[in-house]
Design a binder for this molecule. Structure first.
Ligand SMILES: Cc1ncc(COP(=O)(O)O)c(C=O)c1O
Length: 231
């Protein structure tokens, strides 16, 4: 698959001309065959909801134009949880697959930031323990960058309390999270608090397994198969 850059500023051909050059180079290699085009339109995390439909339409126009110049029979595979719904409705028939990832569990980016899902619909939480209250207005938990990763919301939170209390993880060391917010002083040392992370993909990748609950009861434990497979 050939990567196309549709505005994230990451990898991939940024213009039709660049894509055509790459496709021509591929066609000259006997051991290579172009199978289609993909993009990760992660820039949509920064677009407001009202902009999504029109910007998805422009992105699909670009993808279709590139495909038309190279080979109209090849598939288009965009991929991002923010655009998936629009792509499967307004762009039906033009694209052949959507590849959303973080929607599986959801996180602050998909709920609070982009409103793609409700905060209550986020399925993954990190259960941490309050381990210290070193000064008024500050509490520490036993989950830091080894749990939440370094990814943050634009407001600089690694996570916020899942139960609606004003408790936010505002800074992380490897094994400590720093909590601030109006409800921090009421926390007790030893108390367990569930957090919704800023970015779920990195959180799952950092853990060996996830505990599955239904109606507050543990019903299963899933091993994370991709754990430690970064090479
Ligand atoms: C190449 C690629 N495709 C798909 C995705 C899935 O995106 P999302 O997590 O927004 O669904 C990502 C996420 O980083 C990605 O890098």
């Amino acid at each position: 698959m050939m990567a196309l850059d549709t505005g994230l500023g990451r990898e991939g051909a940024r213009t039709s001309a660049a894509a055509v050059r790459m496709a021509t180079a591929v066609s000259r290699c006997s051991h290579l065959e172009l199978a289609g085009f993909y993009t990760h339109e992660g820039q949509f995390y920064g677009h407001s909801l009202e902009q999504h439909a029109s910007k998805v339409a422009s992105m699909v126009d670009f993808l279709c134009a590139v495909r038309a110049e190279i080979d109209p029979s090849l598939p288009l595979w965009p991929g991002c949880s923010v655009t998936a719904r629009h792509l499967t409705t307004i762009s039906r028939g033009k694209i052949q697959a959507v590849r959303p990832g973080s929607y599986v569990f959801g996180d602050l980016s998909l709920s609070v930031r982009t409103k793609v899902m409700g905060f209550d619909e986020v399925a993954l939480q990190v259960l941490a323990t309050v381990v210290d209250k070193p000064e008024p207005g500050l509490a520490l938990i036993d989950a830091g960058s080894k749990t939440f990763s370094s990814d943050r919301t634009p407001e600089n939170y690694s996570a916020i309390a899942a139960d609606g209390r004003d408790v936010k993880v505002v800074r992380v060391n490897e094994e400590h999270g720093y909590l601030r917010g109006n409800d921090v002083d009421a926390l007790q040392i030893g108390e367990r608090v569930a957090f919704v992370p800023a970015h779920v993909c990195t959180v799952v990748n950092l853990t060996d397994s996830v505990v599955v609950t239904a109606e507050s009861r543990v019903v299963d434990r899933w091993r994370v198969d991709a754990r430690g497979r970064v090479q």
